[in-house]
Write a protein that binds this ligand. Sequence first.
Ligand code: ADP
Ligand code: MG
Length: 216
Amino acid sequence: MLTIALSKGRIFDETLPLLEAAGIVPTENPETSRKLIIGTNLPGVRLIIVRASDVPTYVQHGAADLGVAGKDVLREHGGANLYQPLDLEIAKCRLMVAVRAGFDYEGAVKRGARLRVATKYTDSAREHFAAKGVHVDLIKLYGSMELAPLVGLADAIVDLVSTGGTLKANNLVAVEHIYDVSSRLVVNQAAYKLKRAQLKPILDTFANAIQHHHPV
Ligand code: ADP
Ligand code: MG
């Protein structure tokens, strides 16, 4: 049995065409089904639906053989026991620093002010500000980071941005780019060796599907 860990939303939607190219079609839609284990047209392949940040954990421990996770999530997880053979170039966005419109971020940094930064991505944020020599107090949040500067919890946030629509709707502006994010295929290292016969055609099909989008 091959178990594939996916999260709902963008990652599921954008992985679906890749799975189909590999001949794998889920029997149910996770957005409407309450099931956490979803079968496919292939009796030997099933999907498990987990929180995006939990995908690496399921794969690391071998509860899933492979999965799809954002670079943001993989950076925070650390990537232990995970083989990362492919950047799928899906669910693209950017990890950014954002502040309230009108907040003088550059000025605060130049003055050497200590900044309160709210984020889910504490490792990435710590690394970013340390490299810039900016002193920060990190405040760990699990969602809706955009709210923090609006109610005085933080001076800045570190969050994922794609269109910028959420920032704009909350009167925030992006002031710094930390890194580009896309989702990668992650494979359990033991499964990569032991289930190679079942995995190889899937990995090859995914690799080809990506190359088709970016002909050289
Ligand atoms: P959560 O389960 O914490 O709500 P999200 O649904 O926000 O996670 O995001 C899941 C993954 O999708 C992220 O780890 C990231 O790689 C990707 N992602 C998040 N936001 C965006 C975005 N605005 N555009 C594209 N991809 C995104
Ligand atoms: Mg979400």
